[in-house]
Design a binder for this molecule. Structure first.
Ligand SMILES: [Zn+2]
Ligand SMILES: [Zn+2]
Ligand SMILES: [Zn+2]
Length: 470
């Protein structure tokens, strides 16, 4: 085994495969010949194996040989590949290393022509799906040959910067670059710095599958202190949730969560991979994943008219700090997505209503208020007039107690209901909707505001929930 006469320095951010290509050229030997000097087992390497080199060099190369022949530190080899990413996230999964990163690593070349015109070196970061901008030149990466327009498959590459199909050389500056907006540049800077951190192994942390599953559930649940199944079910199919729970509870050891799935979850909840690695999950959260505990903490909506009435786990935990009166210490806050009633648990762990509809329901079940004056109604409900107007609208839009409260002059029109819904989806504030000119009165607005469909729409918008799939 001989060292190469000319041993090149690896560039910052350069991919191992790129260095091997450059080293072959500098020493006047064929790329495949050099690859076969570095290979791990007795089988001949062919260009189809080359994409594995940047993912996990150990799978095909003898790292000791690579280190000696090319004159590289072993830590440099790791940083020029996705080895550190695998180390942090793969757990004890038996899956082939390269498969673990399926859907994350590109099999064809993305490159910056201006970078290549300076130096024929390929950046490892360009292989990550989602990375599309050169941060040095502030422009979009190319993903095809600028001459023959073919995608450049990595396994077909013979020499860096030369199209394997038409032999065009990318050593000239890009005269028609696609520039990127400031916002896109910022986003790419964030994404790439996140990847930079894990590729270089700057956070020395290896998570096992159990830890990964617990963190994923914590992130998906909006980092609440306890696990809420229903909240996660608005994001995930139940089979996927059950799978995650089994891994988190350690009742299923075999499969791990592949990186693409993990990364989709994190993107969904705007959490960086770095943050995920550094995250501290409160011990209470981990305890609440225990199946026995989950059963103990069942919460059900207690609004008699609600479809979730007495349905276990029908409430969603919220972080609402919107406490109106501090008469007693409240611990956890909940909302029912179906009827909009809000709850909290008190010191004794009892569920108490924070909104005032259930109480009003009890009042209206016992007596009619239609003939009462406002003062008398305030006394009966124990609430101010503005709240009573809301209560009336709330029940009126559900066709409840219509003859017991003042009959409404207005009715709900489908088109108008739809436009309220769309405005909420587009992020329009309730306050703005309330002041629309088309409302003939506050009473008319309230009929829509408390309509079941609008209650659910506001709920989804407020907690950024996606409608459940399937
Ligand atoms: Zn560049
Ligand atoms: Zn070409
Ligand atoms: Zn309810």
């Amino acid at each position: 085994m001989e060292r190469l006469t000319i041993r090149l320095k690896i560039d910052p951010g350069e991919a191992l495969l790129s260095l091997i290509h450059r080293a072959a050229k500098a020493n006047g030997i064929k790329f495949l010949t050099l690859l076969n000097m570095l290979k791990r087992n007795k089988y001949r390497m062919h260009s189809g194996d080359s994409h594995k080199i940047d993912i996990f060099p150990e799978s095909v190369l003898d790292v000791k040989k690579v280190s000696y022949i090319l004159g590289l530190e072993e830590s440099e080899i790791k940083r020029a590949s996705f080895t550190n990413v695998l180390r942090s996230f793969k757990g004890s999964s038996k899956e082939v290393h390269c498969r673990f990163l399926n859907g994350i690593i590109r099999d064809h070349l993305f490159y910056c022509r201006d970078c290549l015109s300076n130096k024929m070196v390929l950046n490892l970061m360009w292989k990550v799906k989602g990375v599309d901008t050169c941060l040095i030149h502030k422009r979009k990466l190319s993903n095809e040959c600028s001459n023959c327009r073919n995608e450049l498959l990595i396994k077909d590459t013979n020499q860096i910067g030369i199209c394997p199909y038409c032999k065009y050389c990318f050593n000239k500056r890009n005269i028609n670059p696609i520039l990127v907006s400031d916002d896109h540049f910022k986003l790419q800077t964030r994404i790439q710095s996140d990847w930079h951190t894990i590729i270089r192994g700057l956070i020395n942390k290896e998570l096992n599958e159990k830890e990964i599953a617990i963190r994923v559930l914590y992130v998906l649940g909006g980092k609440e202190e306890t696990f809420c199944k229903l909240k996660i079910l608005t994001l995930l199919e139940d089979t996927k949730l059950i799978h995650l729970l089994q891994i988190a509870r350690g009742t299923m050891k075999k499969r791990t969560i592949d990186f693409k799935t993990l990364s989709d979850y994190l993107t969904e909840k705007s959490t960086s991979i770095t943050e995920f690695l550094l995250m501290k999950v409160p011990p209470d959260f981990t305890l609440s994943l225990d199946s026995n505990r989950v059963k103990m903490e069942i919460t059900a909506c207690s609004a008699p008219w609600c479809e979730n009435f007495d349905v276990n786990n029908s409430l969603v935990q919220t972080t609402s700090k919107n406490v109106r009166k501090k008469v007693e210490v409240l611990k956890r806050y909940y909302i029912c997505p179906a009827c909009g009633c809000e709850y909290a648990t008190n010191k004794k762990n009892e569920l108490v209503e924070r909104s005032y509809f259930i109480n009003a329901y009890k009042v209206l079940s016992n007596r009619s208020v239609s003939t009462l004056t406002w003062m008398e109604r305030e006394k009966v409900f124990g609430l101010k007039r503005n709240k009573i107007i809301r209560i009336q609208a709330y029940f009126y839009s559900r066709a409840l107690f219509i003859d017991l409260i003042n009959e409404s002059k207005y009715s709900v029109e489908a088109n108008l209901l739809e436009s309220v819904k769309i405005s909420i989806r587009n992020g329009e504030a309730i306050y703005t909707i309330r002041h629309w000119e088309k409302w003939r009165s506050e009473e008319e607005y309230l009929l829509y505001r408390y309509h079941p469909q609008i209650i659910f729409e506001i709920f989804k918008e407020r907690y950024k929930f996606l409608p459940r799939q399937g």
